[in-house]
Design a protein around this ligand. Structure first.
Ligand code: BMA
Length: 335
C-alpha cells in the first residue's frame, strides 16, 4: 500500500498517551479523563463539546472555544488557552461577538462550537440561537475579538463544521438540518460559499444507518471535528444517536469523504470508535453522551487527539493513529 499522506501543520508536542498494553481499541481514552472538570470556572455548571486548535500566544501553544453552561444553565462560549493541550486556562468572561449586523447580533444562546483555521483566520461556527437553533459564524485572529458573520443557514440547523481549506474555490461546511427540540432525525449535508455569507450548492452527504446494520447511528448523525485531509480523502469523525428505552445514546465513528467532492462518502464505519462506557460518560447532566467537536493531529507521526464532551458535563480526550483509523474505517465500512 502506498504511504498515506496527511495534511496539516507539524505538532510533535501535541497531547498524547500511548495505547495501553493489551488494548485493542482503535481510539483509546486518556487515563486521566476528564481533562476539563465541570467547575473549572466559578460560574460554570459544565464544560463540554468544545473546540481547540494549535495557536501560539506567549507561553501558550493551543487556544480553544469552549461550551460553558453557566450556573443559570445558560449556554455560553468562552475562549481558553493551554500550554500542553491537557490543562486549560479558560477565560472567566464569556465571548461577545462584535461587528455583526444588528438584526442578528443579539446573543440568545450559543453552543457546540467548532474552530477551523483557513488561511490566516480562525473561523468559529456554533449552534446559535436565532428564532431557534441555526449555525452562527465569526472569525478571530487572537481569540480575544470575534467578528460576527451572518448566520450560515436558515433555522433550524446544528453541527456546522467547516473544512480547513476552500474546496472548488469556495468555503465549505457540513451541517445537520434539525428542529427546535431534541431532533429525532438528521442527515449530514454539505454546502459551499464564496464569501462566508451566501451559502449554496447544498449536497446530501449521508443519512442515519439502518438499525439492523449499525444501531448506534440509526436515529441521527452529525459532523464532529474539522475534517482532516489525507491522500485517501477527508477523515471525518461524526456522532450518531441511538434511542434506547432510557433515552438518547451518543456515540461516534468515522467516515472517509472524497477529497474534491466531499459529499461523496468513500467509507463509513459500522462499529463505533467510542460509545459511552466510562462513568464520566454514563453519568452527568445528560447521561450516555460522547460528543466530539475537535481534534489535534500531527501529520508526521499520524497521531490524533480527539476532544469530546462527556455526558454534557465534562471534556475528555481520546488518542489514536490516523492511518489505523482510516484502514479500520475501510475494513469495517457499511457503504
Ligand atoms: C444535542 C446537543 C449537544 C448535546 C446532545 C446531548 O442536541 O445539544 O450539545 O451534547 O444533544 O444532550
Amino acid at each position: 500500500m502506498k504511504e498515506l499522506e496527511i495534511i496539516g501543520q507539524p505538532l510533535p508536542d501535541m497531547p498524547w498517551e500511548d495505547r495501553p498494553e493489551g488494548c485493542k481499541d482503535v481510539l483509546w481514552r486518556y487515563s486521566a479523563n476528564p481533562v476539563i472538570p465541570r467547575d473549572i470556572l466559578s460560574t460554570s455548571n459544565s464544560v463540554f463539546n468544545s473546540a481547540v486548535v494549535p495557536f501560539k500566544k506567549g507561553k501558550y501553544n493551543y487556544a480553544g472555544v469552549f461550551r460553558v453552561d453557566d450556573t443559570n444553565r445558560r449556554m455560553r462560549l468562552h475562549a481558553g488557552f493551554s500550554v500542553d493541550g491537557f490543562k486549560w486556562d479558560i477565560d472567566e468572561a464569556d465571548i461577545t461577538v462584535t461587528g455583526g449586523n444588528e438584526e442578528i447580533s443579539e446573543w440568545v444562546y450559543g453552543y457546540d462550537p467548532r474552530v477551523a483555521k483557513i488561511d490566516d483566520k480562525y473561523y468559529v461556527t456554533w449552534c446559535n440561537g436565532y428564532h431557534g437553533p441555526t449555525i452562527g459564524a465569526a472569525w478571530t485572529t487572537d481569540f480575544e475579538t470575534f467578528h460576527q458573520l451572518e448566520n450560515a443557514f436558515l433555522p433550524y440547523n446544528r453541527n456546522g463544521v467547516m473544512f480547513p481549506r476552500k474546496i472548488n474555490g469556495n468555503f465549505a461546511m457540513l451541517s445537520r438540518p434539525s428542529d427546535t427540540g431534541h431532533t429525532p432525525f438528521g442527515d449530514i449535508f454539505y454546502s459551499e460559499s464564496p464569501d462566508m455569507e451566501f451559502w449554496g450548492r447544498h449536497r446530501h452527504v449521508m443519512s442515519p444507518a439502518a438499525f439492523e446494520v449499525s444501531a448506534w447511528q440509526c436515529m441521527k448523525i452529525g459532523a464532529g471535528p474539522i475534517p482532516i485531509e489525507t491522500s485517501e480523502g477527508w477523515l471525518l469523525l461524526y456522532h450518531g444517536v441511538l434511542r434506547s428505552c432510557n433515552g438518547y445514546v451518543y456515540a461516534f465513528g468515522s467516515a472517509l469523504l472524497d477529497r474534491e467532492k466531499p459529499w461523496k462518502v468513500l467509507a463509513r464505519s459500522g462499529p463505533y470508535l467510542i460509545s459511552p462506557r466510562e462513568i464520566y460518560e454514563l453519568t452527568g447532566d445528560v447521561p450516555n453522551v460522547t460528543f466530539p467537536c475537535a481534534a489535534l493531529h500531527d501529520p508526521e507521526t499520524g497521531r490524533i487527539a480527539v476532544y469530546y464532551g462527556c455526558a454534557d458535563t465534562v471534556t475528555g480526550l481520546a488518542f489514536g493513529y490516523i492511518p489505523e483509523i482510516i484502514e479500520w474505517t475501510k475494513r469495517n465500512s457499511i457503504v
